[in-house]
Write a protein that binds this ligand. Structure first.
Ligand code: DQA
Length: 173
């Protein structure tokens, strides 16, 4: 049976309390339960991990290389600046899908940038908790290619961008 790791980064333990207008009223516990139930329905085993500490997250990603077939990862604010997290994702062969509950491209300018996504095989954003299930589907569809540097220029903007599979932007004139 395939093993999938769900990782949530900093402040996602505050779901249900934190900015409900942006992230909704449901808790991390309910998110993890939903994810595990969905994984079970798709015939895979899921484990869940949340941390507010960058080093712990780096170590969990390394562990995923040895023990998991795929990772669904919401890096929280680390998305926008943590090269340590980006390098950790780039260090492992296990495919990682980056997920955001909110649409980070429609919020503050600093949230538009993901330094982590280029090392991931896909990015899912703005689909609420459903995005985590979409990410699992992407992994089970066999996504393996990384998005790569400058992927935003290569792929048409959208809530779901999958390396090698999403629509490409029109050639610039
Ligand atoms: C988030 C978006 C990030 O910008 C923010 O720092 C988070 C949550 C999301 O799920 O929408 O912590 O990753």
């Amino acid at each position: 049976m395939k093993k999938i790791l769900l990782i949530n980064g900093p402040n996602l333990n505050m779901l249900g309390i934190r900015e409900p207008g942006v992230y909704g009223n449901d808790t991390l516990e309910s998110l993890e339960r939903m994810f595990c139930d969905y994984a079970k329905s798709r015939g895979v085993a899921a484990k869940c991990f949340q941390s507010n500490h960058e080093g712990e997250l780096v170590e969990k990603l390394h562990e995923a290389h040895f023990n998991f077939d795929g990772v669904v990862y919401n890096p929280g604010a680390h998305t926008h600046y943590s090269y340590a997290i980006r390098d950790a994702v780039g260090s492992i062969a296990t495919p990682v899908v980056e997920v955001h509950i909110s649409d980070v491209s429609a919020r503050e300018a600093w949230r538009n940038v993901s330094v982590v996504a280029p090392a991931c095989v896909a990015q899912v954003k703005g689909r609420g908790f459903q995005g985590y299930c979409d990410a699992l589907d992407i992994l089970l569809d066999g996504a393996a290619e990384r998005l790569g540097e400058g992927f935003e220029e290569v792929y048409a903007p959208g809530q779901v961008i999958i390396a090698g599979k999403s629509a490409r932007r029109e050639e610039k004139q």
